[in-house]
Design a protein around this ligand. Structure first.
Ligand code: DWN
Length: 403
């Protein structure tokens, strides 16, 4: 495989085996047409970037069938409200007529916070299903991928954009060079590119290997983001840890020599050096951790089944596709997965073909064990499912739910 940024040849350090598209929830009639790819992961020594080798075309994922809505979690709604306030205070307060672009604005959860403000905000969102909701929320939304061609649709933003922001999206875009070129064409001299994504350091320490799936082509660290930014005459000027999605990082990038570099950058880069996040060695350790996690998950679930326990899944996440297909779990182990998303209910999980049901079904069927696939939303879910524990139910996960 080749590094998608530097072009260097990379030898994949592990494979999770054949995988379907993680959000490809499907009807029974479509089982025979399901497409799989080999989920191999490599690490670029030149830009310290963990990346997938093969993956489906983004057009086959981000379309009218895309089933993930940012607003499906109250915690995320509140996170995006705080994120917007932070952007307003830190980067938009000086200009009375500022301009902001969000890449991958989903259902408009973040951009809604700029309605009726002095900021002219626009979202790029190619998934018709979620963009439709964004437009209903009165959020200015272009239903296209973000790239050097499509930014021509917002000519008045070229060289005049104060903030380009994004959350859980940049890791989805195969052509990072084109992202940086587009950012370069849009930002003012002092403008900033701010994005959040799951953090490599958190994935390694939690062994949350389910962060890797077709949509997450990259897992970033400060070290990789700094290298990529430098290739385009930009620099990493700040980085702030986030609790979201089980451990994410907010990266702030600006043009070279235009901003003071925050202390956070050095502190976190030192942490990454000490923990070898810039080295293939940490990837090889992670590989061993994944293999052990897989064995533990399979054995624990087998043990529960032997004892006659009824097991279900909670949260039909994209992440669950990696767990279910890597550990080869199906309906012999997990009876159903419940979820609040109406587009997922009534369908089956990709590859493992477990029925997706409503949360009401979960309440009525009294499982003994619930595999919390939406472990990143554990506080919100534990709060609303207190009765499950009262009735003797138990939560299970491959990650530590006590953390
Ligand atoms: O990056 C991505 C993230 C942000 O969202 C995308 N590639 C796809 C998606 O990944 P995911 O599906 O792993 O994300 P979540 O946020 O862990 O998904 C949560 C799922 O759980 C949703 O289907 C909604 C559901 N849910 C639920 O049934 N009850 C969520 C909550 C909070 C609940 O209480």
């Amino acid at each position: 495989m080749k590094c998608k940024v530097t072009g260097e040849l990379i030898k994949p350090f592990m494979s999770f085996g054949k995988m379907p598209s993680a959000n490809g929830f499907l009807e029974k009639e479509k089982f025979k047409d399901e497409v799989f790819y080999e989920m191999e992961v490599g690490f670029s020594k030149k830009c310290h970037l963990l990346q997938l080798n093969e993956f489906p075309k983004p057009e086959n994922i981000h379309n009218e069938n895309y089933p993930f809505y940012t607003s499906s979690s109250n915690y995320m709604i509140s996170h995006f409200n705080q994120f917007s306030e932070w952007l307003k205070k830190k980067y938009l307060s000086l200009s009375s007529n500022s301009k902001l672009i969000e890449i991958g604005s989903n259902d408009g959860t973040l951009l809604k916070n700029f309605n009726n403000t002095n900021t002219q905000a626009i979202g790029f969102e190619p998934s018709e299903s979620v963009a439709k909701i964004s437009l209903k929320n009165n959020v200015n939304t272009l239903k296209v991928f973000f790239n050097t061609d499509t930014i021509n649709e917002v000519k008045n933003f070229k060289g005049k954009t104060d903030v380009i922001c994004s959350a859980n999206v940049i890791a989805h875009i195969p052509d990072l060079k084109n992202v940086m070129e587009s950012v370069d064409l849009l930002l003012t001299n002092k403008g900033v590119f701010v994005f959040e994504d799951p953090y490599l350091g958190s994935m390694f320490s939690n062994v949350s290997y389910d962060q890797i799936y077709d949509e997450h082509i990259y897992l970033f660290s400060l070290s990789s983001v700094k290298k990529i930014a430098n290739l385009f005459d930009f620099e990493l000027i700040d980085a702030i840890k986030q609790m979201t999605h089980g451990g994410s990082m907010r990266y702030v990038i600006g043009r070279k020599d235009q901003h003071k570099i925050s202390e956070n950058v050095n502190t976190l880069l030192n942490y990454e050096k000490e923990n070898k996040l810039d080295d293939l060695e940490s990837c090889l350790n992670f590989k061993k951790d994944c293999e052990n996690s897989k064995i533990n998950t399979i054995n624990s679930l087998k043990e529960m089944k032997k004892k006659g326990k009824k097991i279900c899944g909670y949260g039909a996440t994209a992440k669950s596709s990696t767990i279910l297909n890597y550990c080869k779990l199906g309906i012999e182990t997990i009876d159903f997965i419940c979820d609040t998303t109406k587009e997922k209910i009534g369908k089956f999980s990709p590859g493992s073909h477990i029925p997706i049901v409503s949360v009401d079904h979960f309440h009525k069927n009294n499982p003994d064990i619930a595999y919390l696939f939406a472990w990143n939303h554990k506080n919100e879910i534990f709060q609303k499912e207190k009765d499950f524990i009262k009735k003797g139910g138990e939560w299970f996960s491959h990650v530590d739910l006590q953390k």
